[in-house]
Design a protein around this ligand. Structure first.
Ligand SMILES: NC(=O)c1ccc[n+]([C@@H]2O[C@H](COP(=O)([O-])OP(=O)(O)OC[C@H]3O[C@@H](n4cnc5c(N)ncnc54)[C@H](OP(=O)(O)O)[C@@H]3O)[C@@H](O)[C@H]2O)c1
Length: 263
């Protein structure tokens, strides 16, 4: 099936590594134009090099921290200089912290809220003018399987990723009149720098290897393995493509079966 991604303009916020970069690589291979945003010019340059072997790929990179006020406007300003519209906006910034509820103070909660929710809210809000000028525009946000089956010891992301489910449904209804579709991909445990970093830290604390830590966390997954960034990215691409033209407000788990709820 042709996903009709040729020349579609993809803006991927959180695109310098992990699921965002995997999405960028697949989109570029399908002939899309790709712009990446992240906090680090160095990481963005390295990401561009990893996509550079795709013929005609021209990197368009924006350095910004989306936990900071004004970041959405920075992205809008930079992208408007090159593109008249955005066809697919992917919001891939976020993450969890393992901690007991009692050990978390207001500042921890506010920081995680800015990281998981406000980053997505302000990016979408700022980019709406360019999305409205896009071709069959679509927004795809990254949630987490934890939003449908809260993980123990990850209370902040359990709460905030569940909030993204509400944002997803609300925006899907509110933006349908503008022809903008909104969907969410909810990864389970996926082998990206987010998880390799976490596993290395636990391994060092517990005198084990990264492989041993990952193996232990794999046991709870019905498919008995972590997902790859590519496996998540393929679903992001589908939601972002005109092939999903009648799909909006949906949240798809890509999690090897770890979230066992009915909904
Ligand atoms: N991996 C998993 O197991 C998993 C599970 C459930 C949900 N998810 C969700 O899926 C999404 C992507 O996860 P991932 O594993 O690919 O994460 P990752 O490996 O940590 O990559 C995150 C990306 O976001 C960028 N970034 C981080 N903070 C930023 C900020 N404040 N402003 C702008 N860019 C920022 C990073 O680049 P720079 O460092 O260059 O800024 C990087 O490009 C996240 O929302 C995460 O919560 C992942």
């Amino acid at each position: 099936m042709d996903l009709e991604l040729e020349k579609r303009r993809f803006l991927i916020v959180g695109g310098s590594y992990g699921i965002g970069l995997a999405t960028a690589q697949l989109a570029a291979l399908e002939g899309a134009h790709v712009a990446l945003a992240s906090r680090s010019g160095e990481n963005l340059a390295s990401a561009s090099l990893q996509i550079a072997d795709v013929p005609d790929f021209l990197p368009l990179n924006v350095v910004c921290d989306v936990t900071q006020e004004g970041a959405g406007e920075t992205i809008l300003d930079q992208i408007s200089r090159h593109w008249t519209g955005v066809d697919a906006l992917v919001c891939a910034v976020g993450g969890s912290v393992r901690s007991a509820f009692e050990d978390l103070g207001d500042d921890d909660w506010l920081h995680n809220y800015r990281f998981n929710v406000l980053s997505t809210v302000r990016t979408i809000r700022a980019l709406l003018p360019l999305l409205r000028k896009g071709d069959r525009p679509a927004i795809v946000m990254l949630g987490a399987a934890a939003s449908k089956m809260p993980y123990p010891h990850q209370v902040m992301s359990n709460v905030h990723k569940a909030g993204l489910l509400g944002l997803n449904k609300t925006l899907a209804a509110e933006l349908a009149g503008d022809g903008i579709r909104v969907n969410l991909v909810a990864p389970g445990r996926t082998l990206t720098p987010l998880w390799t970093g976490r596993a290395d830290k636990m391994a060092a604390e517990q005198g084990r290897t990264r492989e041993e830590v990952l193996e232990e966390f794999s046991r709870e997954i019905p498919m008995r393995r972590f997902g790859t960034a590519d496996e998540v990215a393929r679903n992001v691409l589908w939601f972002a493509s005109p092939c999903a033209s009648y799909v909006t407000g949906q949240a798809l788990n890509v999690d090897g079966g770890i979230a066992r709820g009915l909904l």
